[in-house]
Design a protein around this ligand. Structure first.
Ligand SMILES: [Zn+2]
Length: 98
């Protein structure tokens, strides 16, 4: 069994959070109440179970759920996206370009 890989560090939208705070938030994060979680960092959407499997991090870019995981509904309602998103698809925060 490979050792649990350390999430690789990226600058989040909130600036530079210290690692310990990120870890603390992740460890103390309550189970997600959202069905789908959208990533503020890479704008991909995944089922909450996939975030959980990735250690409460974005399956695509590794951003932490505590900081960058948004309820899909927020994005869905703002852009008239489908209620059930395509797993792993990229949905821009401000609608499709062009
Ligand atoms: Zn991401």
């Amino acid at each position: 069994m490979p050792k649990k890989k350390r999430r690789h560090r990226q600058t989040t939208s909130q600036g530079n959070w210290p690692d310990w705070l990120d870890d603390w938030l992740t460890e103390n994060l309550p189970p997600s109440q959202y069905q789908y979680i959208w990533c503020l960092h890479c704008e991909h959407v995944y089922h909450a179970a996939n975030w959980a499997q990735s250690g409460r991090a974005c399956p695509n870019c590794g951003a932490s759920e505590a900081l960058d995981g948004w309820d899909w509904k927020t994005i869905q309602e703002a852009n008239n996206y489908p209620l059930v998103p395509q797993e792993g698809a990229c949905y821009p925060q401000y609608g499709k370009e062009g």
